[in-house]
Ligand binder design. Sequence first.
Ligand SMILES: [Zn+2]
Length: 133
Amino acid sequence: MDEKLKNLLRAVKTTAVAAGHAAGRAAEATGRKAGEVVEQTKLSLRIIDLEGAINDHYREIGRLVYASKDETVIETSTIEEQIRMIDEKREEIDQIRSKIDSLKRTRKCPNPDCGKRCNKDDRFCASCGAVLE
Ligand SMILES: [Zn+2]
């Protein structure tokens, strides 16, 4: 093998090993943070799943209402069951958002027209200016 090429490969290998060690140290230093990010991602994905399921319930309600045009009796109990399942999933989403708040050290703005996430230490909502108690 050409001597220049050998030296180049040796340099690349040394750099790669050093980079590997540095990456290992960085992962150790941010280990807890990385775990939190994974947890937040899992929780966010669960919210996406629940929102998808809620949309399926809305679709089913629409189908039931549409089907009622050919029937004399609307199956309100079936529609109510769909509404109940939507409410359950919305409640679970609220609980998950609270968990994400404690992981990210944020909280929900108390203004019902706003509801933006603010930093836990903020005194006012950055979006609407509401006082955060
Ligand atoms: Zn607000």
